[in-house]
Ligand binder design. Sequence first.
Ligand SMILES: C[S@@+](CC[C@H](N)C(=O)[O-])C[C@H]1O[C@@H](n2cnc3c(N)ncnc32)[C@H](O)[C@@H]1O
Length: 342
Amino acid sequence: MPLRWRDAMSRALYGPGGFFVSAPGPADHFRTSVHAAPAFASALSRLVRRLDSALGFPARFDVVDVGAGRGELLLALAGLAHDPLAHRLRLTAVELAPRPAGLPAEIGWADAVPAGVTGLLLATEWLDNVPLDVAVRDGDGWRYLLVDPATGEETVGDPVDGADADWLAAWWPTPDVATTSRPAATTGRAEIGRTRDDAWAGAVRHVDRGLALAVDYGHIAHDRPGDGTLTGYRRGRQVPPVPDGSCDVTAHVALDSAGTAGAAAAGTAYTLVGQREALRALGADGGRPALSLAATDPAGYVRALAAASAVTELTDPAGLGGHRWLLQPVGVDVGVDPLMAR
Ligand SMILES: C[S@@+](CC[C@H](N)C(=O)[O-])C[C@H]1O[C@@H](n2cnc3c(N)ncnc32)[C@H](O)[C@@H]1O
């Protein structure tokens, strides 16, 4: 029976036998920044140290990773932590999937964001997997799209109303067909980001003092995709988004709308930064080592070259470099600038 996309995605990804909650985990199907290069975790570990200092070295520094996959990022951060911070770090993975066997005891595992976070709340490629409804333009209004979970075939359902209609009016205005190169027939599909806004604001509310950081593919008002972005991934390949539990189903995040919801929850402004700029600010610049190093330290030169090319994958605008960082300070005077200065 056809379902609204939000319900179909929820079942396919998180229901019994769902794509994310049954083995083997996201890393087997697609590469995120977390899997691509250790430079990503190194940059975040530098951010943790700067934030620790900005917070005045609290007795407990939380790193909470929402949508933690199999805990890969927290494992890397644990490996990079040194005293005196290491013994104050409390690492918590928030996941709907079960705790992986063999994960070290120092990494906590929870199915909901803990209250009272002091430190860093992370969400790398979480929001794009928060289920959402999809709508199609119908005259002056919108109608929900329904999907057959077995085949992915779509049909048109009821008119969009209530909070969803308000969200579309505020965040997904009708493209001006006269000023777009897309044909009129392809400018009328929208992904209703309200559920992501609620999820992000809810996570931000669990931070007492510190920074919430979402890293994801996304768009803002001026580059909203007229045709939507809903797609699937399976074993490293992009596939049609059939919500039958056999593939990831994902859509880019309306980051300005999520940012506005998070800022309202925190009572402070949010900042959006491109991944390339963010990594550079945190010391992962991908620059090639000086050739002179090859003469004085050949092994060091090769290591530096390998590290630089790994960073290239993280900053490639056609791939992971297309990510944006949504930074939301909470309960601290410190702005984002000193944390993200080069
Ligand atoms: C694309 S994976 C990202 C994994 C990891 N953060 C990375 O960047 O490699 C998204 C993960 O978010 C998890 N997830 C989605 N909604 C969640 C929720 N409400 N609470 C906890 N985890 C959630 C999924 O189970 C999945 O493992």
